[in-house]
Design a protein around this ligand. Structure first.
Ligand SMILES: NC(=O)c1ccc[n+]([C@@H]2O[C@H](COP(=O)([O-])OP(=O)(O)OC[C@H]3O[C@@H](n4cnc5c(N)ncnc54)[C@H](OP(=O)(O)O)[C@@H]3O)[C@@H](O)[C@H]2O)c1
Length: 181
């Protein structure tokens, strides 16, 4: 495989990545003591470029500091539908199908993309282009919110690589794409 696309997310037990209003407060607090990063730094060290949806970008932009220093970040948005890919990347966002984006980034030498944001991940899954998923389940039910998964045209079969339980009750599983059919 020349290019790998990975997901690294935290979800509630009922499968949400954020509250309806985008709130992420349930991810931090007493149940998530500092010092443990759940393998995030190790994962990030292997990533060439982050590809995130506009909603995630807008949420991350409200953080006190930009967490992706030193990493190329591409924001997907339909805001610039007609500009050439390279120009759109330099401005605010790229609108293009996952495969087209992959081909473009592969041609410039990228090998590992971190795909982030619910709708964005769902788009890549529908295209059969999520090769690995690391999902950390937080033991909380939100009852509603922004879902990680959505409708698919075909089944996506994943191979379970490992599941690791942390002392605080977080449970992390990693899966690898087996096939789409
Ligand atoms: N728990 C976690 O680990 C985690 C991780 C990531 C994000 N989040 C949270 O999830 C929320 C955002 O998720 P979300 O599902 O609302 O949306 P999202 O995937 O972040 O953004 C969706 C938007 O991205 C653009 N987009 C996606 N694919 C595109 C494509 N192929 N071409 C062009 N534009 C494309 C569209 O923007 P336009 O409308 O501009 O066209 C679309 O409306 C935020 O609250 C974020 O904080 C949580």
């Amino acid at each position: 495989m020349t290019m790998k696309c990975s997901v690294f997310v935290a979800t509630s037990l009922d499968g949400f990545i954020a509250r309806k209003d985008g709130g992420l407060d349930w991810l931090s607090g007493d149940h998530a003591p500092g010092g443990e990063d759940y393998g995030y730094r190790e994962f990030m060290a292997t990533v060439d470029t982050l590809v995130m949806g506009r909603n995630t970008y807008e949420q991350v932009s409200t953080f006190n500091e930009w967490p992706y220093d030193g990493k190329q970040v591409i924001v997907l948005s339909h805001a610039f539908p007609n500009a050439p890919l390279q120009l759109r990347e330099l401005t605010e966002g790229i609108a293009c199908p996952p495969q087209e984006l992959l081909d473009y980034l592969a041609a410039r030498g990228d090998k590992h993309l971190y795909i982030d944001g619910g709708k964005t991940i769902q788009g890549f899954l529908r295209a059969g282009l999520i090769h690995e998923m690391t999902i950390t389940r937080i033991p909380i039910l939100l009852g509603g919110g922004i879902p990680l998964f959505g409708a698919l045209d075909q089944d996506v079969r994943m191979l379970h690589l490992y599941t690791r339980a942390y002392e605080n009750g977080f449970v992390q599983s990693r899966y690898q794409l087996m096939g789409v059919a």
